[in-house]
Design a protein around this ligand. Structure first.
Ligand code: SAM
Length: 317
């Protein structure tokens, strides 16, 4: 087993950097996984800047994006691309340089490399090759959203992006609800602005309109926003906006099973009709307005939604 820990690189308890990185010493050979800001350029650490200045090369998800960051801080270290499409071929090339004693940093466009971004492959290959791997901590969207969400941060599960296809997204959410444990666990997802309204509609349908959730938008940026409330409330708020923009993190309170009080039975007929019923109940909307909102959230026409509502009502009779 190959181990390298804080004790081998210098004590951290007294808040000194690892001895391999003392300002008076050249940076130790190895792979440095460096977190970069997720919006606010002040969110880069002094250590990250020193590492980025000192390594031989910086492997970037997008060299043009990283050039802006490096330019801002006057860093002239050469860059090389390292992204989803060349991850394995580039990783082998970088591992050879690391084995020869190189010092390489990996950065993604924003936040922590390896978290919904490239970085994990090269880290595991470096470990397998006996190359030291150093995390250089910093900004991360999921954890920043979690700590200010108001939901439990004691236990949480990060699920990356929700699937883009509606069927797969529903399966993921259904499985989350089905596998709820008794201990409250906040579920964290990354989501895109053009899918968030339909994702919220699915949450209303699967967990019930009263499910507590939070949405963190544009973290650390000028228009940072937290929406906290029930799934139906957030669905109503976002559906009422002419457009939804920005980067976002969606958090679902746990245990999802606790939403059983307001949760819908997991049947086909529960969805559209129950979303409408949920909005009527929680938002005091007329059936017409609730139907309009659900149709918009699902990206379907009002008449199609009306037909679906009638079908499910006749099935229930
Ligand atoms: N590696 C990054 C990290 O550590 O957070 C995540 C990269 S992932 C490709 C990009 C997604 O992260 C975005 O679509 C969004 O869901 C989330 N994200 C990134 N920056 C964000 C921000 N400033 N505010 C809210 N969400 C953000």
């Amino acid at each position: 087993m190959i181990e390298h820990d804080a004790t081998m690189h210098g004590a951290v308890e007294d808040s000194h950097p690892p001895s391999s990185e003392r300002v008076d010493k050249p940076l130790a050979p190895g792979l440095y996984l460096v977190a970069t800001p997720i919006g606010n350029l002040e969110d880069i650490t002094l250590r990250a800047l020193r590492v980025l200045r000192s390594v031989d090369r910086i492997a970037c998800e997008d060299t043009r994006q990283t050039a802006k960051l490096l330019g801002h801080f006057g860093i002239r270290t050469p860059t090389v691309s390292y992204h989803a499409h060349n991850e394995s071929s580039r990783a082998s090339e970088l591992i050879e340089a690391l084995k020869a004693g190189g010092r390489i940093a990996v950065v993604s466009d924003a936040g922590m490399p390896g978290i919904a971004d490239p970085g994990a492959t090269i880290a595991s290959e470096a470990i397998a090759a006996g190359v030291p791997v150093f995390p250089i901590p910093g900004a991360n969207a999921a954890l920043s959203a979690l700590i200010a969400s108001g939901l439990t941060a004691e236990r949480f599960a990060f699920h990356g992006f929700l699937p883009s296809r509606e069927g797969q997204r529903r399966s993921v959410l259904e499985s989350l609800r089905a596998h709820a444990t008794d201990e409250a666990t906040t579920a964290i997802f990354y989501e895109t602005p053009h899918r968030i309204v339909s994702a919220l509609a699915d949450i209303v349908a699967i967990f019930g309109p009263g499910q507590r959730i939070a949405l963190a938008r544009e973290l650390t940026k000028l228009h940072e926003e937290f929406l906290r409330g029930t799934a139906a409330e957030l669905l109503a708020t976002l559906s009422a906006r002419p457009s939804v923009r920005g980067e976002m993190v969606l958090l679902i309170d746990g245990p999802p099973a606790a939403a059983a009080s307001g949760a819908m039975p997991r049947t086909q007929t529960s969805s559209l009709a129950d979303e409408v019923a949920g909005l009527i109940k929680t938002e005091n909307l007329s059936e017409k307005d609730a139907l309009k909102r659900v149709a918009k959230a699902r990206g379907i026409g009002k008449s199609e939604a009306y037909r679906e509502l009638q079908r499910s009502q006749s099935r229930k009779c």
